[in-house]
Structure formats: structure tokens, C-alpha cells
Design a binder for this molecule. Structure first.
Ligand code: MIG
Length: 884
């Protein structure tokens, strides 16, 4: 036994085991093991009457903690794929009469009542049992609440910090018919992910409670001094205590345990269009064609249950929906995703039903008869996905969809939902027996894992068919991320629904599910143009980006609102597609480490108390801060920028944080800021914002990696590029924040200094190793110098050229500034405007009498634009001076 913490414990180890609450401070392991404890097979076991607690240190930085009624059988985990090796370097001993186990990152002690107190190396208490583990109708753990923040716990309403509520783990089709979706503070929703990340003093740790039964985790709702975990019918509870110190470290360890997503196909990161109720192939193909003619980028079209024959999963209602459609869509670059519901229609003579019955693939009632519930097809049977043969059978049918050309599978209503109208509840009954992968169980245990196992069957079938799988699942349990992306289900098309979406996506991300999205426009539909536009802006930066809507509402394609919305959809999605190299690299990071693409600011900046519960901003990867607008009628919003330098992405306006700024927010606005040190690969070059040394790994479609290493120098910056496989063409590198003179760029074939954009644009011949050294005066002038914007306006050909066209802007108190004629009907001129701010403008011919008017003689509305470099090109259709 070794006393690893012996040097730090002396000052703190003044507690005594008899007090109700063990004192803070590190755990020591230097005494002899007490009589109620033993060490076996690398684990500490404490026995206290009928209760037994086992603490097994795992490599590295995790402890598996199992509380059990003596003799309670160990059940295989649905979440943990393969048990991790035991940490053989751990030491065991005692601390103030309690049995203890110590590792460099974590330690814990178990007192003679089998109460556990776990600590980090710095002495921070992670968990502190107030009462011994108790088993009755439910298994219960009662702990002293800690002064820490709690994040994660899966798919949840509310803010980022989950304290103050009791959260239920029971996958639920959360649909309120009046609202057309879940209500804003609804709990539970579709996913059960009992994993939390806590933050105390900037240091993170995690706790994962690996239990699929209906469970409640109460974080101080019943009693602010206590956290309680209660799992119905359980006789044991297994938890994993997970060390940090960063949130990223905790999630990396948690996903080592529960798995990470495979790198998705690149198209999965594009834009997806869905609706429930496309009536036939013709309409679907017209939607796809419209994306192309509108020049709005999109990669996938989704088929909801309307494409099935009478809601029979795995069928196509031909000829209305034909396989030929899929090939034609593919020819225009669209992938087709098909929905697959778990409820299989009771339909003797139909091969899917008959084969499932013959193979005994459906859940049974306790009396052995096949269970029937009601779902979309009417009387339905439900596969027992906890049976390998059933997963294979399901997989064969998934394969039939692949053979039709389907590129991905959408798993819906897999809580699983049944319709109460059919006489049952809203899910299959708890007492149904299930195979349990050889450990017979029942639905009370399987329920929360049902969607996970269905996703496993689906993912494995797609992989076996040679696809890079893409699966979307509504329900899930811890580990769902290894098989599926997740969407937030039926979000109502309300401002509350939109405002709730970002913290919900962030919470899922912290919970180890990195590829998540929401129904853009909201599910219930009839989104106003404003709501849709704001939702699309958020969705354009979500990892999974899909517009969807319910059956009895108008479609939510980007052109279904107003011309302005169509235009800004083109812009927002254009920006997303420009960022795809960055997004794809982040998806690769997720595959390697579990890190979410969209993450809370606290993930990146745990030492800033101002961001601890900030859920209305997010980091997209390490480098971009995004502040979507989620309130109705907003003309602006506050944006908190943490310490350091932030550069607004489009204008080059610089802000030094910490600062709360007011960002103007007309409908086209989406405030995005690059962090100091940012390295952002895009489709047309790599943007860098030199600061303290930073690195980023760019991953190409074929998996080839490029390492980018950036650092500011006293007289410029350097960028080292190491490529696994050089590309064919030259690279474009843009160095931002350059106001001073540029003297040279070593390693580039050519460069320009765009003073207006404050950017060096360098062209570089591609090579396996590139060393770039930018020499420039690093002094930044004004943080937000005025920007000269060129206006070019087309006016009616008969506009007399005797008077110049003028532009009047809100930025210059609406004075009229003359443009010059460059040709009949075309005027051009430069106007100096504030950088990084929105302004309104109008065209006139010198005074307000001649302002642009519409057909009915009403004055045309304000045009608006952002103070960023680049030309502003407009058309005036008519003047109508002689209006009454
Ligand atoms: O009972 O398939 O959340 O996205 O459009 C509704 C129809 C079933 C719920 C999903 C939604 C989907 C709808 N489904």
C-alpha cells in the first residue's frame, strides 16, 4: 500500500469518522484496512450488514462504485461496452476509521455504515453520502449537496446548471396536443442519460449512474441540502466517478467507457430537409430541385412515415413513393433518409410481420403470448432488441432499405411509444419479459435502453452493408452516441421552444452526445418568418442541421416564408457550408474524444464565473463563439465575451473581453466571434487569428489529417502546416487582425494585405510540411475602425442622370450621400460606416421627396446591412416621385 497523497493530507486530515458529515480535504490511504473491508481482485469491498459497497479503480482517472444489497446479481451494462482494466497502481488503506482507496486523480473512503465520500486529488469532495444505501421499493442514495454546478443529465429543459430540480429518467414521447410538442419545462423527454459533469472552483469531475430502471435524480428540489438518487425496483446501483480536471477530460473518460460516434459521412453535416407528409415522390423531388434552383445548399431529404404503405415499417408505398426517386435524388446530390418505427403492424401475410413472428422477434406478455400495442399502423408488435437474433433480423430489413438506396435511418417513437387510445399506456408495459442478451429481464429494466439497442441493430446493419452509418434516434440511453445522432424531438414552434433549444443541445453535448440538433422552425409548424429565420440561424451552427415539421402544417422549407427569409437562409447555410472543413474536423474530434461540436462556454472557459450558467451563447468547437437570437422582436442582444480578444467574424471588428457588448440583431444577424488563437479551416482557405500558441487538426473527407500550429510573434506570426497527404492545389491562408505594415511572408508564393479587411491573404504551394512566417507590425490600430462600403445600385433605366442617386444611412443621421453614375441606370459610391454594427439605409435622389417608394406609393422599408468590408449591391425597381 502506498500513501500517494501523504504529502498533502497532513493539514487537512483532522476529521473523525463518527461525525455525520465527513470533513472536506483529501482522502488518505495510509492506515490499515478496517475489519469491515477487504481488497479483492483490485477492488475495495466494504460490508455493512445487508449492504455491500465495492470500489474498483479503473485506468485511468475513474472509480467504479457499486452499492448493492448483498447477493444482488451483477447485470451486464447496456452503456459500458467492455469493462475497463482495473488500475493496479491504486493503494488501499484507511482514513479516520474508514476504508479507503487512493489513485493520483481520485480517492474515496467508505465508512462503517458503507457511506462513501469521494475526493479529487485537490481535496474537492465529489460525493458525500449522508445516509447508507437503502433498498426498498427503490434503491436510494442520499448525499450532501455540494457547492458545485451540475451539467448534463442528457436531454433536459431548463438552464445549463441542473441544480434545484428533480430529473426523471424514463424515456417518454413528450407530446402536448395543444402545443404540438413538449411543454417548455417538461421532464422527462425522450432520452435517459444519467451522466453529469460537475464543476467546482473551475475543476470538473463526473458521475455516471449506470442504471436503466425508472430513476429520479433530485438535485436539491426536495431539500436544498441533499441530492438524492432513487431507482425503482433496483437492488444495486453502479456509478462511475470520473476525474477531470477539464470538462473535456471528464467527457473523454466517460466516452472511453460508453463509446464515441464513428466519424459520420460528410454529407451528414450538411443541411437536411424533412417534413411529415410529403405526399409522393413528385413533391419530394420538387423540393430537392427547388433547393438547387434557389441555390440553397442541402444534402439530404427525409421520408417520414407517409412514404410507407399503411405505416408498415420498411415498406415503400409504391408507386407514390418509388425507389427510382431515390436514384434520381442521388443524381442531384441528395441523400434519402427513411424513418423506421419499431411498432410492426399486425398483418398476417406481410413478410416483415410473418418473419418476425416465425423468428420469435417480438416482445411477449408474461403469459407467453405476443404483446400487441397500438401505434401508427394500428395493432402492432414490438421487436425485442435485447436479443441478438432480433437485432440481426431487424438489420436484414434495414439492409432492404439500403438496397433501395436509402443512405441513413431515422429511428422515431422508440421510447417505445404506444398510443393510449389502444387501451395501453404510452409505452409498452413494464412487466413484459425480455431476453436481455442472455440475462432475462423485463421492460421495467429494458425500457430506457430500448432505443439504444434498436440504434445498435440499425447502425450495425448499415456498417455491415458497407455504409458509413448515419442514424438519427429520438430515444436513447447513455452510449446512444456510438450509434446515432440525436434530435430534440417535438419542439413546439414557439419562442419558448427556440429559447430552450440551445441549452438543451449544450446539455446533450456535455452528456457525451456530440451530434445533436432540433427541428428547425419547430415541429408544430406555422412558424412565423421571424421565428423560422432565428431558428435556422441556430440550426445553421448545430452539429445536426435539419428543418422538419408535423403533418398538418405548411412545409418548413427555406422558401416557404418570405423572400428575405429565403435570402438569409441562403446566407446562413452558405456560411455553414463554408465552415464544413472546420465542422468535419470537429466531428473527427468527437469521434476521438467525445467532445461536442457545440459546447457551452464553460467547457472552454471554466475559470470565468460569468459563464458558469450561460446557456444562450455557445462555442462551436474551440474557436467560434456564437450568440443566436432567440427572442421575438429582438433588435439586438447582449453578448458576453470572456477575457481575451474576440474578432467578429464578418467585419473584423475587435473586442477585448471580458465585456458585455450589445450586438444589433436584424433578422439577418447571427453574432459570431473568433477567439484569439483561432484556426478555422473553411472551403476557401484557412482563417487564423494569431495569439498564444494554438493548434488544430484539420481532417479531410478521406480522413487525411493536417496539423496546424499557430503562434503570434513580436513581429508577426508563424503557422506550421503538416499534412498527411498534400492536396492538389495551392492553399490560401488568411491572417486576421493585421493593421500594421506587412514586410514579408516567408514560405508563401504570394500575398496581399487587405487593409480594409485587416487581413493578410497568402497563397502557399501545397507540400507535406509548410512553415509560414508572417512579418508585420503587430500593433492594432483602432479596435473597430470605420469601414468603407461600396454601394452599387441598379435603378430604372429611365431615371434621369441629371441628379445623382443618394444613399442615406442611419449611421450618418440619415443625411443623403451622393453616388456617382457609372453607366445609365447604375450608380456607385463609397460610404464610410461603423465596423461591426448594423445600419439601415434608403436610396433617394437627394431628398426625402424622392425616396424609393413601392408600387402603392408607400415609402419602401429600410434596407439594412452590416458594417463589414465588401460591396453592397441593390436594385431599385421604381421611384414613383409623383405620388399624391
Ligand atoms: O406520433 O412520424 O418526433 O418528428 O414527424 C408522431 C411522425 C410520430 C414523432 C416525431 C416527428 C415525426 C412524427 N413522429
Amino acid at each position: 500500500m502506498r500513501a500517494i497523497l501523504a504529502t498533502t493530507v497532513g493539514l487537512f486530515a483532522i476529521g473523525c469518522g463518527s461525525s455525520d458529515r465527513m470533513p472536506d480535504g483529501p482522502t488518505r490511504c495510509d492506515g490499515a484496512l478496517p475489519a469491515f473491508a477487504s481488497v479483492s481482485d483490485g477492488a475495495l469491498i466494504a460490508r455493512c450488514g445487508a449492504i455491500e459497497v465495492t470500489a474498483r479503480p479503473l485506468v485511468d482517472g475513474m472509480i467504479e462504485l457499486r452499492y448493492a444489497e448483498a447477493g444482488a446479481p451483477r447485470r451486464r451494462s447496456f452503456a459500458v461496452l467492455a469493462p475497463l482494466p482495473t488500475d493496479t497502481a491504486a493503494s488501499f488503506g484507511s482514513d479516520a476509521g474508514a476504508a479507503s482507496v487512493c489513485t493520483p486523480a481520485l480517492a474515496l473512503r467508505i465508512d462503517e455504515l458503507c457511506r462513501v465520500r469521494a475526493t479529487l486529488a485537490n481535496g474537492t469532495v465529489v460525493l458525500d453520502d449522508a445516509q447508507p444505501f437503502a433498498v426498498g421499493d427503490r434503491a436510494t442514495l442520499v448525499r450532501h449537496a455540494r457547492p458545485d454546478r451540475v451539467y448534463g443529465l442528457g436531454e433536459r429543459t431548463g438552464g445549463l446548471d441542473k441544480r434545484g430540480r428533480a430529473w426523471t429518467f424514463w424515456n417518454t414521447d413528450a407530446y402536448n396536443p395543444e402545443l404540438g410538442g413538449w411543454v417548455p419545462d417538461q421532464d422527462p423527454l425522450y432520452q435517459a442519460i444519467p451522466f453529469e459533469v460537475r464543476l467546482a472552483g473551475g475543476v470538473a469531475h463526473g458521475v455516471f449512474t449506470d442504471e436503466t430502471r425508472r430513476m429520479v435524480i433530485d438535485l436539491g428540489a426536495a431539500d436544498p441540502a441533499l441530492d438524492t438518487i432513487a431507482a425503482d425496483g433496483a437492488r444495486a446501483l453502479t456509478q462511475y466517478v470520473i476525474a477531470g480536471p477539464r470538462m473535456a477530460d471528464v467527457v473523454e473518460r466517460y466516452t472511453r467507457l460508453t463509446g464515441r460516434p464513428a466519424l459520420p459521412p460528410r454529407w451528414a453535416l450538411g443541411f437536411h430537409q424533412s417534413r411529415w407528409g410529403y405526399p409522393d415522390s413528385t413533391v419530394v423531388e420538387a423540393v430537392a430541385a427547388r433547393f438547387r434552383s434557389e441555390q440553397i445548399p442541402a444534402d439530404a431529404i427525409w421520408l417520414d412515415i407517409q412514404h410507407q404503405r399503411g405505416y408498415r415499417t420498411f415498406t415503400f408505398d409504391e408507386p407514390a413513393f418509388s425507389t427510382a426517386m431515390i436514384a434520381r435524388l442521388a443524381a442531384t446530390g441528395f441523400r434519402t433518409i427513411a424513418i423506421a418505427d419499431p411498432g410492426i403492424k399486425v398483418d398476417p401475410g406481410w413478410d416483415v410481420y410473418d418473419g418476425g413472428l416465425a423468428g420469435d422477434h417480438f416482445l411477449h406478455r408474461p403469459d407467453g403470448s405476443v404483446y400487441q400495442g397500438t401505434a401508427w399502423p394500428g395493432a402492432s408488435v414490438f421487436p425485442d432488441f435485447s436479443r441478438p437474433e432480433t437485432r440481426a433480423w431487424w438489420g436484414d430489413h434495414v439492409r432492404s432499405l439500403v438496397d433501395r438506396g436509402v443512405a441513413g435511418i431515422w429511428l422515431d417513437v422508440n421510447e417505445p411509444t404506444t398510443f393510449p387510445e389502444g387501451g395501453g399506456g404510452n409505452t409498452v408495459p413494464d412487466d413484459l419479459p425480455a431476453y436481455g442478451d442472455g440475462e432475462p429481464t423485463k421492460l421495467a429494466v429494458l425500457h430506457n435502453a430500448y432505443g439504444l439497442l434498436e440504434a445498435q441493430a440499425t447502425f450495425e446493419a448499415l456498417a455491415a452493408a458497407g455504409q458509413q452509418p448515419f442514424v438519427l434516434s429520438r430515444a436513447g440511453y447513455a452510449g446512444i452516441q456510438r450509434y446515432a445522432a440525436v434530435w430534440t424531438g417535438d419542439t413546439p414552434s414557439t419562442w419558448d421552444g427556440l429559447a430552450q433549444t440551445l441549452p438543451m443541445l449544450l446539455g446533450l453535448g456535455v452528456s457525451g452526445v456530440p451530434i445533436v440538433g432540433s427541428d428547425i422552425g419547430g415541429y408544430s409548424g406555422h412558424a412565423t418568418p421571424e421565428l423560422y429565420a432565428r431558428w435556422l440561424a441556430l440550426g445553421s451552427l448545430s452539429a445536426f442541421s435539419r428543418a422538419h415539421v408535423t403533418a398538418d402544417a405548411p412545409g418548413q422549407e427555406p422558401w416557404m416564408f418570405t423572400p428575405e427569409v429565403t435570402e438569409l437562409a441562403r446566407a446562413r447555410l452558405g456560411d455553414r457550408y463554408r465552415l464544413l472543413p472546420y465542422l468535419y474536423s470537429l466531428a473527427d474530434e468527437a469521434a476521438r474524444t467525445g467532445a461536442p461540436l457545440l459546447r457551452p462556454l464553460v467547457w472552454e472557459l471554466p475559470d470565468d464565473p460569468a459563464v458558469e450558467n450561460l446557456g444562450d451563447e455557445a462555442m462551436l468547437g474551440p474557436s467560434l463563439l456564437v450568440a443566436p437570437i432567440v427572442t421575438e422582436g429582438a433588435t439586438g442582444r447582449e453578448v458576453y465575451l470572456p477575457a481575451g480578444r474576440w474578432t467578429e467574424l464578418h467585419s473584423g471588428a475587435i473586442y477585448d473581453g471580458p465585456a458585455t457588448i450589445h450586438a444589433g440583431a436584424p433578422l439577418a444577424a447571427l453574432p459570431v466571434f473568433a477567439r484569439a488563437g483561432a484556426i478555422i479551416p473553411t472551403t476557401d482557405g484557412i482563417d487564423v487569428y494569431p495569439a498564444a500558441p494554438s493548434t488544430f487538426t484539420l481532417v479531410d473527407d478521406d480522413g487525411a489529417r493536417t496539423t496546424l500550429e499557430l503562434a503570434a510573434e513580436a513581429d508577426g506570426a508563424r503557422l506550421a502546416i503538416t499534412r498527411e497527404r498534400p492536396a492538389t492545389g495551392p492553399l490560401v491562408i488568411r491572417v486576421h487582425g493585421v493593421d500594421g505594415d506587412v514586410t514579408a511572408v516567408d514560405g508563401a508564393t504570394s500575398f496581399t494585405h487587405d487593409r480594409d479587411a485587416r487581413t493578410i491573404v497568402a497563397t502557399v504551394a501545397d507540400a507535406p510540411v509548410i512553415a509560414l512566417r508572417f512579418h508585420y507590425d503587430v500593433a492594432v490600430g483602432e479596435l473597430r475602425p470605420a469601414v468603407a462600403v461600396t454601394f452599387e445600385v441598379r435603378v430604372p433605366a429611365d431615371t434621369p442622370m441629371t441628379q445623382p442617386i443618394h444613399v442615406a444611412t442611419s449611421a450618418s443621421s440619415w443625411t443623403h450621400a451622393p453616388l456617382s453614375w457609372v453607366a445609365p441606370g447604375v450608380a456607385r459610391g463609397t460610404v464610410v460606416l461603423p465596423r461591426g454594427e448594423w445600419f439601415d439605409y434608403k436610396f433617394t435622389r437627394g431628398d426625402w421627396d424622392t425616396v424609393e417608394k413601392l408600387a402603392g406609393c408607400a415609402e419602401a422599408g429600410n434596407r439594412y446591412r452590416f458594417g463589414a468590408p465588401g460591396a453592397q449591391i441593390d436594385t431599385v425597381a421604381t421611384w414613383r416621385d409623383r405620388c399624391p
